[in-house]
Design a protein around this ligand. Structure first.
Ligand code: G3P
Ligand code: CA
Length: 244
């Protein structure tokens, strides 16, 4: 059955990329979470989507120009009542040891190459012995290949916006075991052929009921959604089968 990954945690109901959003996704029954990583000025891997802290916190500036101490003073839950820090990746991995979730770590190194980011992320994954529950993804496919070279035991998956021709061939050529395409850029037949060729397909970001249904129908490996509760409800209907 198609797995459900919570995009930036349960971000439809909680502040994105916060521990609250991850814990809520796990409590809801999601199979996995997706999160974004950037690198601070002093070399800490932090969980935040944008290169700048402005949109998601009350602060301003580039993550790469702020120290971890400065980052931790910011509020990643600026619309909420309770203040929440931007998580360190290490904090999320430590929490992952308490549950069975799969975690898709997206390296946000498309704009800034963040030298050393892959090594640091892999060191943390190995420290917590989580290689079999992590998927490293990125729009930066050079980084995907480099991650594979550093740690062939960790699954990698390139992210795509546009549909590419025979993605399983490309994926095999860079030794990635999965692809993470934009949901609207991949047809049912390409999903099926990719999976038949042994490559996992996890489209993003799937929030509409009809798009979720389509992916359950083709038995897609997984999809990434802001609303794991909605996805679980729809999957439940498929699991029950047709009502007489
Ligand atoms: O990993 C899938 C998706 O998160 C990629 O786009 O911008 O939401 O990080 P974005
Ligand atoms: Ca992401």
């Amino acid at each position: 059955m198609t797995q459900i990954f919570a995009h930036r945690g349960y971000s439809a109901a909680y502040a994105e990329n916060t521990m609250s959003a991850f814990v809520a996704a796990q409590k809801a029954g999601a199979d996995g979470i997706e999160l974004d990583t950037q690198l601070t000025k002093d070399g800490e891997i932090v969980v935040i989507h944008d290169e700048k802290v402005d949109r998601t916190t009350g602060g301003n500036g580039f993550v790469k120009e702020l120290t971890f101490k400065e980052i931790r003073k910011l509020n990643a839950n600026k619309k909420g009542i309770r203040k929440e820090p931007i998580p360190a990746l290490e904090e999320v991995l430590e929490w992952l040891k308490t549950n069975k979730l799969v975690c898709n770590i997206e390296l946000k190194n498309g704009l800034f190459p963040y030298e050393g980011m892959e090594k640091k992320v892999i060191e943390l994954i190995r420290k917590y012995d989580l290689a079999n529950r992590i998927i490293i993804s990125s729009f930066n496919h050079y980084s995907i290949v480099y991650s594979y070279q550093l740690a062939p035991e960790i699954e990698t998956a390139p992210l795509f916006i546009e549909g590419i021709y025979m993605p399983w061939i490309y994926s095999q050529s860079i030794r990635a075991k999965g692809i993470h395409p934009k949901y609207s850029g991949i047809s049912d037949s390409v999903i099926k052929m990719t999976m038949e060729n042994g490559i996992a397909v996890r489209p993003y970001t799937v929030n509409r009921e009809r798009d979720m249904s389509r992916l359950f129908q083709v038995n897609c490996t997984a999809f990434i959604t802001d609303d794991p509760v909605k996805a679980l409800r729809i999957r439940g209907e498929y699991e029950k089968g047709p009502q007489m």
